[in-house]
Write a protein that binds this ligand. Structure first.
Ligand code: SF4
Length: 317
């Protein structure tokens, strides 16, 4: 099973989500889930770019404005342009955030929104939801594989599980790289993640193994692998793909379990497949059988334990 590091993973977050009174109106956007629940497990690194460039509170609201081929950030009355300080701050700040294991953004903000931010046509109130916040864009461009999510989307159990699965996998990879990348460690990493990858994307499950077939240029193969790996985990695992993965794991017990135990495991997987029980039920049963019949390869699978139980992520699936 995957040992979770006692050092808390650092997660960047829009300051207003932690209750800091940094919004344009002097208010906050406190997310209890982040400030109360997640802060037990992660070390938050709050950033408010608008305060950091000296806009202060209260302040005029700003918005993304398309001016021919460029995006500018103007006050809503278009009397004041903050594009340059905001872009400069963002580009400099993101350089200091290489140790992050993920980022939680405040949605819709022209600074922190990661998608669907209103983008106005200059001189008008006509807008499309096609923008990306200036700071969010700079961060995502510098760390394209970093797990990022909007706070509001973390209320969806599937999106939430997907985000934290990526956070722990990303951290695991970074920790491995820190201790020095070797061929052996890279192959071991892939081996431990096989069933998690399968649950997220059978297409990437097929593609990732061959990337490791020739490791003569270790660094570039590792980069290629990690790119595909994080892309795979971004795909949503579904009931069907989990069922398929569980059935593959079930195959490892065919010689050890008696008839009743096999039937119990089959029933547990089918109940999950039909939405009668959460994913945690067949996983718990498999872990129970693994204690009775240890199998190193399966016990090592991150799929069986991808994030700490305290996150309570597999109850709602
Ligand atoms: S959304 Fe970003 S810029 Fe706006 S108040 Fe929150 S942290 Fe500050």
């Amino acid at each position: 099973m995957m040992p979770f590091n006692k050092d808390k993973i650092q997660i960047g977050i829009s300051s207003c989500l932690l209750g800091e009174k940094v919004r344009y109106d002097g208010g906050h956007k406190n997310s209890k889930y982040c400030s109360r629940d997640l802060s037990e497990l992660f070390k938050f690194v709050p950033v408010c770019p608008e305060m950091a460039i000296g806009l202060g509170t209260p302040r005029k609201t700003i918005r993304l404005v398309r001016d021919e081929n460029q995006i500018r950030v103007l006050t809503s009355d278009e009397s004041f342009d903050v594009t340059e300080p905001l872009v400069n701050f963002s580009n400099e700040k993101v350089k200091q955030l290489s140790a992050l294991g993920g980022y939680i953004f405040c949605a819709k903000s022209p600074t922190c929104g990661m998608e669907r931010v209103l983008e106005y046509k200059i001189g008008t109130n006509n807008a499309t939801k096609s923008g990306v916040g200036i700071f969010a864009k700079a961060l995502m461009e510098r760390y394209p594989l970093l797990p990022v999510e909007e706070e509001g989307r973390l209320h969806d159990p599937n999106l939430k599980e997907n985000f934290f699965t990526r956070v722990y996998a990303y951290h695991d990879w970074m920790s491995m790289k820190q201790t020095g990348l070797t061929r052996h460690e890279l192959i071991r990493f892939h081996s431990r993640y096989k069933y998690l990858i399968m649950a997220h994307s059978t297409e990437w499950y097929r593609k990732l193994g061959p990337i490791l077939a020739d490791l003569s240029d270790l660094e570039s193969r590792a980069n290629e692998y990690f790119d595909g790996f994080m892309t795979a985990l971004k795909c949503s695992a579904t009931k069907r793909s989990h069922t398929n993965t569980l059935q593959h794991i079930q195959g490892y017990f065919k010689n050890e379990l008696n008839k009743e135990q096999k039937a119990e495991l089959t029933e547990s997987i089918l109940n999950f497949n039909q939405g009668l029980t959460p994913l945690l039920v067949p996983i718990t049963l498999i872990n129970h059988y693994l204690r009775e019949h240890p199998k190193e390869y399966i016990q090592d699978q991150v799929y069986l334990n991808p994030h700490p139980q305290e996150l309570k992520l597999r109850y709602g699936f």
